[in-house]
Design a protein around this ligand. Sequence first.
Ligand SMILES: Nc1ncnc2c1ncn2[C@@H]1O[C@H](COP(=O)(O)OP(=O)(O)O)[C@@H](O)[C@H]1O
Ligand SMILES: [Mg+2]
Length: 247
Amino acid sequence: MAKVNLLLDDVMLNMGIRHFVSWDTKNNRVLIVGQSGSGKSYCGLLLMAQLAIALPCTKLFVLDYKGAEELDFLRSIEGSRYYYYTQCIEGLAKVHNILRQRLEGDKNRQPVFIFIDEYNSMILHLLAYDKKQASICQSQLNDILFMGRSLQVGLICSCQRPDTTVLPSGSRDQFAVRIGLSSLSREAKEMVFGDAKEQIPQDFTGGQSKGFMLTDGKPLRQVRVPTINNMPKLQRLILKSAVDDTI
Ligand SMILES: Nc1ncnc2c1ncn2[C@@H]1O[C@H](COP(=O)(O)OP(=O)(O)O)[C@@H](O)[C@H]1O
Ligand SMILES: [Mg+2]
């Protein structure tokens, strides 16, 4: 596992100092919350690229239920572990199967990560049309959240609203890293940060790519998602982790 410089410390940045808040990849359950346009997919790109650098052997699965523009570059790549719309069911099942095999004795601990963009859209849509399938997906995600840590099966989950309909029965508490972007409703702050929400300054007005990050056992940090200056290079890094036929 490795520590990576992930997001900029916004308090320092406001003083003109670029200082990074790190992410220890052993904390392999990450929740990203924010309204549409707050920068969740963009932040997800950054996490995936950092993973590709820090743990180059990572096998990445990307689930893109809504077809985010930021993930367009993966869509047409033959053999990539990229899943769009209802294919996301298959992508999640594949990762769950890797977890199951490891639970049943497979000693392989090659890091596996699944990035699920707009997870609540996926579940709410499935709940409306196929309740049984929605419940299967939720159980699979729960298994990854509850048992993936030591088995090296990680999850990065982006959500507009991580309520109990989408993340039921304590599963939200399993995220070791929570990132809340832009302005969140009082309710959403409670869902993402719990008691630490009290540390959010009253005068915080939000804004795209600005927010807070809470890592288990650490104080809340005010952060800004850095701008990616070389997008093609970053995309190539992610592609390397998402295209490989050895798993
Ligand atoms: N840190 C950032 N620096 C520069 N542009 C950003 C940043 N975060 C988001 N954006 C831009 O803002 C827009 C919305 O971001 P996006 O990640 O799509 O939001 P969301 O997934 O929450 O709807 C995108 O066009 C993206 O390119
Ligand atoms: Mg998005």
